[in-house]
Design a protein. Structure first.
Length: 344
């Protein structure tokens, strides 16, 4: 327990991680954790403020007094997926909802900011709401950029720097038919049969591949429809999610063409693929998940890195390795020094 002897700051990164995990902040209920962070950052001497987002939901942004236009900003999200799981710890790990996604990252970023401050280097800290649902906090923050040159976004990458992040395309398929008694199917038109045909066409479709990132993938996440076993269905619906590795226009046209005459395709959410900056001397990875980065374009050139594994995020056994937390403090500080040197 405690923190690395090399981290010269007032932050106990383990204790702060547990304090954050123990504040329930499922998407939509980020108010209390925002209040805590505002108070903690103010206690440390930062000029911290809230960015109103929706109701009691507010982003938190902090800079050192007199340093209102930082070159580098650290950012991640305060919200978590359900259900709430309080913190616990072992010798090597901290458990609980948000421990790696992304409250441990918040703690590491604050500790890194404090470490840099002892060297006379000042970074901004931006903690947003809504990343797990619609990136609403990031969209609001994007209208209030301080003019920063670099955004170091935190997500669980096991402290490997991401060379790219897949995008997302959410598609809703709707099929319509005509109800009839199931004993006389010729009198009706099954919306479910039409939807199944549309889905089979999409499953058979060749998807784009990016040599640097890998293939586009598709998941059929939800299917619903019909009235009763003895009724020919008049409506059916499916929700799909594609993980993008490049531009989406051709893919969207192919989807529309594949399902026409069977179902209507509506594209209800799109987050673009993002190519990211990396460093030659750092281990790299490809983020197959989406982040707030595409919604924070006004905050500077993006980088993506953080402690913890995405493979345990959103699980009932979510955890973060204590060593990775401590290493992240050093890594965030080192990245900042490199970015500032390259900016001269």
């Amino acid at each position: 327990m405690g923190q690395s002897a090399t981290v010269q700051s007032s932050i106990d990164v383990f204790a702060l991680t547990r304090q954050l995990v123990d504040i329930e902040s499922i998407t939509g209920n980020e108010g209390p954790v925002g209040d805590f962070l505002l108070a903690e950052l103010s206690r440390l001497g930062y000029a911290a403020r809230k960015m109103p987002v929706e109701g009691a939901r507010q982003n938190v942004y902090a800079t050192w007094p007199g340093q209102e236009h930082p070159v580098v900003v650290f950012s991640t999200h305060m919200d978590v997926v359900p259900p709430f799981i309080p913190s616990s710890e072992t010798e090597n790990r901290i458990y609980g909802r948000g421990s790696c996604d992304a409250k441990g990252i918040i703690a590491a970023q604050i500790a890194a900011a404090e470490k840099l401050r002892t060297e006379g280097i000042h970074v901004g800290l931006l903690f947003v709401v809504g990343e797990e649902r619609d990136s609403l906090g990031a969209k609001v923050a994007n209208e209030q950029s301080p003019g920063s040159k670099f955004l170091v976004n935190g997500e669980p990458t096991e402290n490997h720097i991401a060379t790219g992040s897949k995008g997302a395309l959410r598609v809703e398929l709707t099929a319509t038919g005509k109800m009839a008694h199931s004993a006389y199917p010729e009198l009706g038109e099954s919306a479910i049969n039409k939807l199944l045909t549309a889905l089979e066409r999409l499953r058979a479709m060749e998807l784009p591949v990016n040599p640097e990132i890998g293939p586009t993938t598709m998941n059929i996440g939800l299917i619903e429809g019909g009235r009763a076993p003895n009724v020919i269905s008049d409506s059916a619906r499916a929700q799909l999610l594609y993980r993008l590795v490049g531009p989406s226009e051709e893919l969207k046209q192919s989807i529309t063409t594949a399902v026409e005459s069977y179902a209507h395709a509506e594209f209800v959410l799109e987050i673009p693929y993002q190519k990211l900056r990396s460093f030659e001397d750092m281990p790299t990875m490809v983020a197959k998940f989406t982040t707030d980065i595409p919604r924070l374009t006004n905050w500077g050139e993006p980088l993506l890195i953080g402690p913890g594994s995405i493979h345990v995020a959103h699980t009932d056994g979510e955890y973060i390795e204590k060593k990775q937390l401590l290493d992240a403090v050093e890594i965030y500080a080192s990245i900042t020094r490199n970015l500032l040197a390259s900016n001269h």
